[in-house]
Design a protein around this ligand. Structure first.
Ligand code: PLP
Length: 441
C-alpha cells in the first residue's frame, strides 16, 4: 500500500521513471506520448539537457539564501528577461517568485490590495472574476475561480467574489451576432458590474487571456481585452491577467496577452515557466503598481520562505533561453497550425464534437451528446475521464475536463503538446484523440 496521499486513494498508478523527448516511460517500460504536458506544463519535453545543466550548475554554487537579506543572480536575470519581454505597457515593472500558480494568484490579489492602500483607497476591496474560469486551489484562488465543481466542497470558506460570464462563443454568442458585437457585449458586463457594486469599492478584475482548464483552451473574441482595459482604466480597477496556463509561449507569443494588444497591471505565470523541471511561479507587477509602492511604503507586504529560490530561477531562465535559442515560439505557431487543421479535418464533422477551439499549441475539442442542441452527455458517465483512459490505452496522454458550469458544458479533451514535438507526433496525437472520441461516444 502506498503512503503517498494521492489524488485517488484507490486507483493503481504506473510508476514513471524516465522521460525521452515528448515521451514518458514507466517502470514496466511502457511509453506514453505526452500530448498535454501534464496540464500545459512540460513545454520542452521531458529530457532537456540545457535546463538540466543550468540547474546542476546552480546547485554547485548556491541553492538557497533568505530573501529578507539576499538576492541572487538567476532571480535578477530572470526578472530582467521577463520585464524585457513583457507586453508593451508593462513599463519598468518588477517580478516576485513563488512556488505554484495558486500561490501566485494569492500574491497577485494581495498586491492589488496593497496598491490601493498605498494610493489611499482602502475601500477598494471587491474582486470581479469570470465563470467559467480556474485560478487555483488555495482558498483565495479558489474563491476567485468560477469552477463550480472545485468550489463546491469549500464554498462556506470562500471570500465573496463577483463573477461575470467568460467570453465563451460556442454557447454564449447569439445567432447572427458579429464577433465584435459579442466581444463588446461580454466585456461590457464588467462595466455594468463595477457600476452596480460602486466603482470606488472595486479593487481588481481577474481573467485568463486564454481560458484554460475550465473551458479547455478558449481565446477571447477580437477586441474583448482592449475594451476590458478601457473599462479598468476608466474606473481605477486593476486588471490581473492569469497567464499560469496560457503563458510562456503556449499560444505562440511569450505572454498570451501580447496578442490582444494590451498589458495587465499584474500578471501571474507558472506551469511553462519552469516547464516541469522546476516548481516555480511568478507575479509581474507593472510600473504603475511598482510606482505606487515606491512612493508609499517602499515594501512588499507579502513573503514566502522559498521566494526567489536560486535553483528554481536558474531552471526557469534556462527554459526561457531554450525558447529563444531554438526559436520555439515560431515552432509553436507552425505546429499549432498543423494541430488545428488536423483536429478540424478529423473531428470537424464528428457527430459528437460540438466545438474545436484554441491557439498556438493549446487546443480543445468539446464533446457533446447532441450537436444540434449542444446538450452535454450525462455527467454520471464521466466521459472526460473515459476519453483520457481511452487515449492512454492507445499510448497518448491528454488532459480531461468535465464541463464545470453546472451541467451546461460538454466534456473536454485538452491537447497541449511540447513545443519540441515533431510533426509526426502531432499527427499521432490527432489520430488517437479522434479514435478515442469515436470509441467512447
Ligand atoms: N491559474 C490557472 C489558469 C491554472 O490553470 C492553474 C492550474 O491549473 C492555476 C492558476 C493554479 O496553478 P497551480 O496548480 O500551480 O497551483
Amino acid at each position: 500500500m502506498s503512503h503517498v496521499l494521492r489524488r485517488s486513494l484507490t486507483a493503481e498508478q504506473p510508476v514513471i521513471v524516465r522521460g525521452e523527448g515528448a515521451y514518458l516511460i514507466d517502470s514496466d517500460g511502457t511509453r506514453y506520448l505526452d500530448a498535454c504536458g501534464g496540464a500545459a506544463v512540460s513545454s520542452l519535453g521531458h529530457d532537456n539537457a540545457a535546463v538540466r545543466a543550468a540547474v546542476t550548475r546552480q546547485m554547485e554554487t548556491i541553492s538557497y539564501a533568505h530573501t529578507g537579506l539576499f538576492t541572487n543572480e538567476p532571480a535578477e536575470a530572470l526578472a530582467d528577461y521577463l520585464i524585457a519581454h513583457a507586453p508593451d505597457g508593462t513599463g519598468d515593472g518588477r517580478v516576485m517568485y513563488l512556488g505554484s500558480g495558486s500561490e501566485a494568484m494569492e500574491a497577485a490579489l494581495k498586491l492589488a490590495r496593497q496598491y490601493h492602500l498605498e494610493n489611499g483607497q482602502p475601500e477598494r476591496t471587491r474582486l470581479i472574476a469570470r465563470a467559467p474560469s480556474y485560478h487555483g486551489n488555495t482558498l483565495g484562488a479558489l474563491a476567485v475561480g468560477g469552477h463550480a465543481g472545485r468550489r463546491a466542497p469549500f464554498q462556506p470558506m470562500l471570500i465573496g467574489v463577483d463573477h461575470i460570464d467568460a467570453a465563451y462563443p460556442y454557447r454564449l454568442r447569439h445567432e447572427n451576432e458579429s464577433e465584435t458585437a459579442f466581444a463588446l457585449r461580454m466585456a461590457n458586463q464588467l462595466e455594468d458590474r463595477i457600476k452596480a457594486l460602486g466603482p470606488e469599492t472595486v479593487a481588481a478584475f481577474i481573467a485568463e487571456p486564454v481560458v484554460g482548464a475550465s473551458l479547455g483552451s478558449q481565446p477571447a473574441p477580437a477586441g474583448y481585452f482592449k475594451r476590458i482595459r478601457e473599462i479598468c482604466d476608466t474606473y481605477g480597477v486593476l486588471y490581473i491577467a492569469d497567464e499560469v496556463m496560457c503563458g510562456m509561449g503556449r499560444t505562440g507569443s511569450l505572454f498570451a496577452l501580447e496578442q490582444e494588444g494590451i498589458a495587465a497591471d499584474i500578471t501571474t505565470m507558472a506551469k511553462g515557466l519552469g516547464a516541469g523541471y522546476m516548481p516555480i511561479a511568478a507575479v509581474m507587477a507593472s510600473q504603475t503598481v511598482v510606482d505606487a509602492i515606491l512612493s508609499g511604503s517602499g515594501r512588499l507586504w507579502n513573503g514566502h520562505t522559498y521566494m526567489s529560490h536560486a535553483v528554481a530561477c536558474a531552471g526557469a531562465l534556462a527554459v526561457m533561453h531554450e525558447i529563444d535559442d531554438r526559436d520555439l515560439l515560431k515552432q509553436v505557431r507552425t505546429l499549432g497550425k498543423r494541430l488545428e487543421s488536423g483536429l478540424r479535418d478529423a473531428l470537424g464533422q464528428h457527430p459528437h464534437v460540438g466545438d474545436i477551439r484554441g491557439r498556438g499549441l493549446f487546443w480543445t475539442a468539446e464533446v457533446v451528446e447532441d450537436r444540434a442542441s449542444k446538450a452535454p452527455f450525462d455527467a454520471k458517465r464521466n466521459l472526460a475521464g473515459r476519453l483520457q483512459t481511452a487515449a492512454m490505452e492507445r499510448g497518448v496522454i491528454t488532459y480531461p475536463s468535465q464541463g464545470c458550469a453546472d451541467g451546461v458544458q460538454g466534456d473536454h479533451v485538452l491537447i497541449a503538446p511540447c513545443f519540441t514535438s515533431t510533426g509526426a507526433e502531432i499527427d499521432r496525437i490527432v489520430e488517437v484523440v479522434a479514435e478515442s472520441i469515436t470509441a467512447e461516444t
